[in-house]
Design a protein. Sequence first.
Length: 201
Amino acid sequence: MITYTDFFAQWFKSTEHKRFQSEQLEFIKHPQAMADFIDAVNTISNIGPNETVCCMSDFDIDGIFSLLILSGLAPAFNIRIYEPDASAGYGIRVENVQDMINAYHPDWIIMSDVGIGCHEAIKYAEDNGIGVVVIDHHEGDKYVGNNVHIFDPNANGVLEPHVAFDVPECSQYCGAMLCYAVVTAVYAKCGLSMSPEALSC
């Protein structure tokens, strides 16, 4: 049976990947979305080699691929993968952050395809001295914190409502595509090359 890693490795070699890689992501043309994108890339790029990064997502197909793409950071960063209990439902809860603290003692948590509305969990992480990066595509209010970095083109206040509707490229990227944009930018900023071998979760 083919694994997600095998599937994604095959996609890397496909013409679809080459087409996607050659296209510019339209959402970063919007000033606020661009600022949030750059902030997420710079924040992750500046994480130290001795800092532990815990990555998590929702458990649907977009979340699985988002997490798989984030695992591509493993060659350059101290990555740990946290898989939430699907029976608890969608979203990130304080209990999830407590589990990550107990298991991995993370310095950073990267939430992918989830997190925009999980203010209580983000605050709990912040209160425990953990930096948070959210890469999401769902609608919701952005949490404002001291060491919280949110990249979500659909978050309230990022794009005016008419922009999201009139420019589909701004609002219709899935979480995995946003993660791919961030991870490839991090690789470029750090002078690394992304390959299928990097995806080994």
